[in-house]
Design a protein around this ligand. Sequence first.
Ligand code: AMP
Ligand code: MG
Length: 505
Amino acid sequence: MALDDDAVSAPLSNTPLPGADGLPPPVPAPWRWRPGFAALGPAFYTELPPRPLPAPYWVGRSRGLARELGVDDAWLDSDDALQALTGNRLLEGSRPLATVYSGHQFGMWAGQLGDGRALLLGETAGGQEIQLKGAGLTPYSRMGDGRAVLRSSIREFLCSEAMHGLGIPTTRALAVTGSDAPVRREETETSAVVTRVAPSFIRFGHFEHFSSRNQLEELRALTDHVIDHHYPDCREAQDPVAAFLAAVARRTAALLAGWQAVGFCHGVMNTDNMSILGLTIDYGPFQFLDGFNPNHICNHSDSQGRYAYNQQPNIAYWNLFCLGQALLPLIGDEERTQAALKAYPGAYPAEFEGRMRGKLGLASERAGDRDFIQATFRLLANERTDYTLFWHELSRHMAGGPVDPVRDLFIDRDAFDRWMLTYSERTSEQPRRLAADLMHKHNPRFVLRNHLAETAIRAAKLKDFSEVHTLLTLLETPFDEHPGHEAHAALPPDWAAGIEISCSS
Ligand code: AMP
Ligand code: MG
């Protein structure tokens, strides 16, 4: 990763960090820092150090991401790293801060929120923000305790790296550390800290915050910051802010297409959980579909099904309207704002159908594809056929395997045979090898099913982290066979249906 000219390794400011007096001296950072979000100034955040946790231990580390960050194994194995990534020591040059944002939660304006338990340690010279989630109270913690539990931290860690492996835009996770310090949720659990990594953790809610308070200078500064750092092409446009809104809409469309195609339910698509970069962010009660149920609700607190699987693309559009509303004072014209938002319905169908054609092994577009994709979803919905297995077995069949493993997933064999006839006609127009290669890249063998995460969490609570490590290995390359791990790709056990994932994390 190239180091920028303005990269600095000395502290970005010489004024003492408020509240850091009692902390032990910092440890050397494994990367150089550059000014990033912090340069926006104190209207956007509060500087404060993390709160230490007793006797931390490693739960999981992503060595792949560490390599991408230029961090060597020796550092990632060091006690310095363990202490720094738990928030017990500062990294040299880091001035941690919690950012302020607002947002719409479950369709209602929620007012001010903010990083209630996340601290931005800084931005690396390579342009990656490093954040600790669960590192203690901040001015934005509201009723919360600033902590994250081991259970939800393992889910976030594994799913971040799984999404990356699947080729779906996401924030990443470098590590999870744990501590036996108790945290009160429905029951008493233990603490953990996730080190999250992304080019930016800015959300739609950051823009809503300043716009709702009519702080137009700050809104302008934030928008300029995001355009200059993340959407430089928009600067050339006649109306850079409208171009930026349209670009966010297109990235969001690509994100949602990725989610829908892989069968991912986010669970809490509030505007404060929508990344301005179109990344999957804030893993909470998410779920990969087992049996295909288009109405599936993964969040047990979502009684109305606002964030059900089949609602997600529309909700993303609703959220983009909130962003459009927030940017309206800068664009200055309602029609141009509406026109920019149209980029979402303009992009989503092509993004989604492109992903679905990949899953079906269709190398080119044909009239009737949209109907056939819908017919495929109806077939799967009919019997709630296992979503991941269906696609994987179909890929194997197209790669030369027998059809029975796919056909056996259905009770109504006639319905399957009718579908298969149309599918065979459609695929007969192109070489089978081409279909098989495409399908191999689009149909994962491994996704982070709820029961897999649950098994790893149960063992981790007993200090056995081997299943976390195994899952990470499988999910980093989810399209590979991984011989010996057939059980991780199999149908969920009966007990999986009873797993309830609440918002509490
Ligand atoms: P979420 O629904 O998890 O995205 O969280 C909504 C808001 O609540 C965000 O501003 C979070 O920072 C904050 N929050 C969630 N859990 C906690 C916690 N345990 N302590 C402090 N703030 C929290
Ligand atoms: Mg959130």
